[in-house]
Design a protein around this ligand. Structure first.
Ligand code: ZN
Length: 280
């Protein structure tokens, strides 16, 4: 079974968890660490002949168009992660339209086709921001991967269909939703689709969860970030809980991704959705 792999392309200083430590106005003054993480990811994917979707922040694409092209030349899908990592509830409808326009322009200026897929910053597509589906459909997006079907204090849509589904976006339109993978265990929906949990959980647990999802006939939707492949990034003096979430096991991300790629077959979200005939 072909599974979906994705990377949300943002700099370590744009992560929501470290938000309080880097003002938006200071971003241009912070040296980029994109190359360290993205370079390691592209080499690992090439070695295993796997494809992925790269959800780019428009802000990053504007500053590193050559890395957008490298992803394209290696056969990966380019999609949108919004312009500057703003939360949907802060953007509002008109703000999201502007945010998508800026990102589309940045990606296309770098040589990418118009993006078909979107992932909101920090899974902020919740019941409170459900209107985002209408905006995405109006702008021609075919799929979204922003819903996290878990219970979480900040984001999440508990009880949402964990596999691929179609969301009504009004005006006889709909958008395909491909949520990040969750694993139903002891009546709980556990997030096993990447990010901090991939670094936190022993690899054997992730592998068992992925195998269980595969057996249930659902393709995985996995996500990671370039900064998670950069153990030498500058350390920020943040509170303990934020530091743990950001820096835990950074040196293990790459070998764990390589192990995951050896155990499961991965492609882009678009490839998996096409195989599932979800985009017809
Ligand atoms: Zn992000």
């Amino acid at each position: 079974m072909l599974h979906a792999l994705s990377f949300d392309v943002e700099e370590y200083f744009q992560v929501a968890n470290l938000r309080g430590h880097f003002a938006r106005s200071d971003w241009d003054g912070v040296p980029s660490r994109l190359e360290q993480g993205l370079g390691a990811i592209l080499r690992a994917l090439e070695k295993q002949r796997a494809h992925a979707t790269f959800f780019w922040l428009g802000w990053v694409a504007e500053r590193h168009p050559e890395w957008v092209r490298r992803c394209l030349e290696a056969g990966h899908e380019i999609a949108s992660h919004g312009y500057e990592h703003a939360f949907l509830q802060d953007l509002g409808r008109a703000g999201l339209v502007r945010d998508l326009e800026l990102t589309e322009a940045a990606l296309m200026a770098a040589g990418a086709p118009r993006p078909e897929g979107f992932r909101a910053s920090t899974f902020t597509l919740t019941r409170a921001t459900w209107w985002a589906f209408e905006v995405l459909a109006e702008r021609g997006y075919r799929y979204d991967s922003s819903v996290h079907p878990i219970r979480h204090p900040v984001y999440g849509v508990p009880g949402f269909e964990p596999g691929i589904s179609r969301v009504d976006a009004g005006a006889q339109r709909s958008v395909v939703e491909f949520p990040v993978s969750t694993w139903s265990f002891l009546g709980q929906s556990l997030p096993v689709g990447g990010g901090g949990y991939f670094r936190l959980l022993p690899f054997g647990i992730t592998r068992a969860a992925c195998a269980s999802i595969e057996r249930s006939g659902r393709p995985l939707c996995f996500y990671l970030h370039p900064w998670e492949f950069d153990p030498a990034q500058p350390r920020i003096d943040a509170p303990w809980s934020k530091r743990t979430r950001h820096y835990l096991n950074l040196a293990r991300t790459l070998p764990r991704l390589e192990a995951l790629l050896a155990h499961f077959r991965f492609g882009s979200l678009r490839e998996v959705l096409r195989e599932a005939r979800a985009l017809d």
